[in-house]
Design a protein around this ligand. Structure first.
Ligand code: 3H9
Length: 701
């Protein structure tokens, strides 16, 4: 048909094959090719059935996201799907890999669907700030019922072939798409099965039409975790139209909603984030063709909060780990915490009831550093002091097998100095996970001066294998994320000395959209870590030190900047802390003043922007978008406030346009927050920081 869609015939069966690597996205050429192929086969008297399938690693993974925001080209996806649905001959979609977004919508236009057993089917548009725009919100509920459909569309999470079969999304699981698709087509012809057009089949809607609460309850449950995003709400609303709006009218409404979202700031930001994440995995300065080293056995040293979380990340991905401690007591405590975490997740329904046992079985707790022996990758997660790190790496060097990658999970320390105590600095790097490590998706991969390219690529590859988002950074104090965060931390601390309380500062930051403020975050990570590190460096922090001296280490002791009830992670303001702050200020002879929320927000943001710009100047981060990825996945930066500079484009398009940097890093390098309060830009910019202009400022002082 054309260069990306082929039409072949095997006697009465026409096979339409899409071949548009890497993921068979529905570019204009693919849409045209499918449209023409189906029209031609439909009108060919020799053809009795049509199989729609894909070459390469996957079925169609969606609309071509790079085309969004550009002038539309015909045929539209809706027209392609209509052509399939109205074809007088049975059309069978044969699915392998991932049928996502517009890809699943194409398959829903077919009269029958079969899939291989490892296939995944879903409508992830919501993750790009969109709703399915080519009938997905109307056909999926008719295929699987509105309850499952609203869950799939609002969360964007795909289902596997077995679940798809159970719920009527596919007719059969096949060995391979080529043979299986054709065999199924012959079966349809032999059995003279009537063509099932989902648009005409309301049988799965009957119950929810009679009792709307079936739908509204499912929609509310799916929307529970939504934090300020428009798309999930639009998705749920569109699915609700299946209950009371005629099909064609609902398609029109869906289209209008799609067009509104696709041109909105939230979706633009989310699309920019999608491409930024993929760009971050491309490492500069690594010779082409560099292969990661094979990793089958992993050892983690330290069963504390971080080590345990990292071990859980591996176990969650089905990779066995050896978790090493120095004593039985510490090991037992660490294993107990992991067990409890898993059980709590299972009790909430986050994982299957038998998952805690299965996952714990993958974590082999042992005592003694000699147990790193057989590991291909060793991740150290011990106390955050250089002396201890050096001691541990000297021991690892003595026991680890040649070629093993030796990673430190340090969040601040100089990896070059750690590597220097080994005889194999080329194998040493940083793998900085974020707390809680089993939840947060970011892994900063720290390239030290002597890190070998294949060691670096090993860390990047393993991070992706355990479903983390890797971002390669250079060596400096705190790398990218924590170095920027330290600037915020300094201001947060100063704010306490000036009269603000932890809960006031945190409230401003969470209102902006971050999941936590600096003080709640400190309590989660453990205040003792910073305390120990400060002592190591001879630094004092009057209020934080006083808290630690009073045994308030954060959540782990149920007291930190806040107090915590047993078994709860909810921070409760504590009058004792207010008293302690008051006494400290008195001792230092400082007067409290009223601090406005606006001032707090500025002081939480501007210093980080400055630091981001410096990080780029120093080439600690390779690109502005890497910094955005770090903030999105390491610190829960609200995705809808991701760079306006992106405007839905890929990071490389942004660079080519000459606008250069992301919002966080687009600021002139030295806004100089120390001169506060001097308004740096106009009021509206301040009230919504997502409005940061590309050139970094809009007037003011
Ligand atoms: C949609 O369908 C809207 C419709 O409802 C209505 C329209 C009217 N377009 O992730 P990977 C590129 S919205 C363009 O590293 P993996 C990606 O940038 C869409 N490009 O591979 C990368 O390029 P590069 C709904 C795309 O194996 C390369 O492919 N669909 C698209 O780890 C490899 O990607 C989705 O949201 C695309 N749709 O994962 C699915 N998808 O090599 C989005 C990928 O230059 N895609 N690329 O960096 C995914 O989730 C994953 O890519 C997938 C493969 C799971 C498919």
């Amino acid at each position: 048909m054309n260069e990306v869609v082929k039409l072949e015939r095997s006697d009465a069966i026409a096979v339409v094959t899409i071949n548009n690597p890497p993921v068979n996205a529905l570019s204009a050429a693919v849409r045209r090719g499918i449209f023409d192929a189906v029209k031609s086969a439909g009108g060919d008297p020799q053809v009795q059935a049509i199989v729609l399938t894909c070459a390469g690693r996957t079925f169609i993974a969606g609309a071509d996201i790079t085309e969004f925001g550009k002038p539309p080209q015909s045929p539209s996806l809706g027209e392609v799907i209509s052509e399939i649905e109205n074809c007088p001959k049975p059309v069978i979609a044969a699915i392998h890999g991932t049928a996502l977004g517009g890809g699943l919508e194409v398959a829903l236009g077919a009269h029958f669907r079969v899939a291989t057993k490892d296939a995944k089917l879903g409508l992830p548009e919501v993750k790009l700030g969109l709703l399915p725009g080519a009938g997905g919100t109307q056909r999926l509920p008719r295929a699987v019922g509105p309850e499952l459909a609203v869950k799939m569309i609002v969360t964007g999470d795909p289902i596997g072939a077995a679940e798809a079969l159970k719920n009527g999304l596919i007719e059969e699981i096949v060995e391979s798409t080529a043979a299986g698709g054709e065999a199924f087509a012959r079966k349809v012809l032999a059995e003279k099965r009537p063509l099932r057009r989902l648009r005409d089949d309301d049988s799965k809607l009957v119950a929810a039409k009679a009792d709307r609460s079936i739908f509204t309850n499912a929609a509310a449950a799916a929307n529970k975790r939504n934090r300020g995003l428009e798309a999930p709400l639009a998705c749920a609303e569109a699915v609700s139209w299946t209950l009371d709006v005629p099909f064609d009218e609902a398609l029109k409404k869906e289209r209008e909603s799609f067009l509104r979202l696709v041109s909105g700031d939230q979706s633009k930001a989310q699309r920019y984030a999608f491409f930024s994440e993929r760009e971050a995995a491309k490492v500069s300065g690594v010779p082409e063709g560099t292969k990661p080293r094979p990793v089958e056995r992993v050892a983690i040293i330290g069963a504390g909060t971080m080590g345990g979380g990292i071990a859980m990340s591996f176990a969650n991905a089905g990779i066995p780990v050896t978790l090493i401690e120095t004593g039985e007591e510490q090991l037992k405590r660490g294993m107990g915490v992991m067990q409890k975490n898993y059980e709590a997740t299972a009790a909430r329904g986050g994982i299957a009831a038998d998952a805690p046992a299965k996952r714990m079985a993958l974590i082999n707790g042992v005592v003694g550093l000699e147990n790193v022996k057989g590991a291909d990758l060793i991740i150290e997660a011990v106390f955050e002091t250089m002396a201890v790190k050096k001691e541990v790496f000297t021991a690892i060097d003595a026991y680890a097998k040649p070629g093993a990658v030796l990673a430190s999970n340090t969040s601040y320390l100089n990896i070059d100095q750690i590597a220097a105590v080994t005889k194999r600095p080329q194998d040493v790097l940083g793998m900085h996970f974020f707390s809680p490590a089993n939840v947060m998706k970011l892994c900063e991969i720290v390239r030290a001066e002597k890190t070998a390219p294949d060691a670096l690529m090993t860390a990047v590859a393993i991070a992706r294998r355990i479903a983390k988002v890797p971002a390669v950074v250079g060596v400096c104090d705190g790398f990218v994320g924590n170095r920027m965060l330290a600037q915020r931390g300094k201001q947060a601390e100063k704010l306490l000395f000036e009269g603000a309380l932890p809960q006031q500062v945190d409230a401003v930051v969470t209102k902006f959209g971050m999941p936590m403020g600096p003080f709640a975050m400190g309590d989660l990570a453990g205040l003792d870590i910073g305390w120990r590190s400060r002592k190591d460096r001879g630094i004092k922090s009057e209020i934080a030190d006083a808290l630690c001296e009073a045994g308030r280490f954060g959540q782990k002791t149920q007291k930190g900047y806040y107090k915590y009830e047993a078994g709860s992670r909810a921070p409760l303001p504590d009058p004792e802390v207010e008293k302690l702050i008051g006494e400290t200020l008195q001792r230092l002879g400082r007067k409290r003043r009223a601090v406005s929320d606006e001032e707090i927000l500025e002081r939480m943001m501007y210093p980080m922007i400055n630091e981001g710009a410096r990080i780029l100047e120093e080439k600690i981060a390779a690109r502005p978008s890497d910094i955005d990825v770090i903030w999105l996945y390491g610190y829960g930066w609200p995705i809808y406030r991701a760079p306006r500079a992106g405007r839905g484009r890929t990071p490389s398009e942004v660079r080519r346009s000459g606008e250069g940097a992301s919002r966080l890093s687009a600021a002139p390098p030295h806004l100089n927050i120390s001169a506060y309060p001097s308004p740096l830009w106009g009021r509206d910019e301040r009230s919504s920081l997502s409005g940061w202009p590309a050139e970094g400022r809009s007037g003011g002082g």
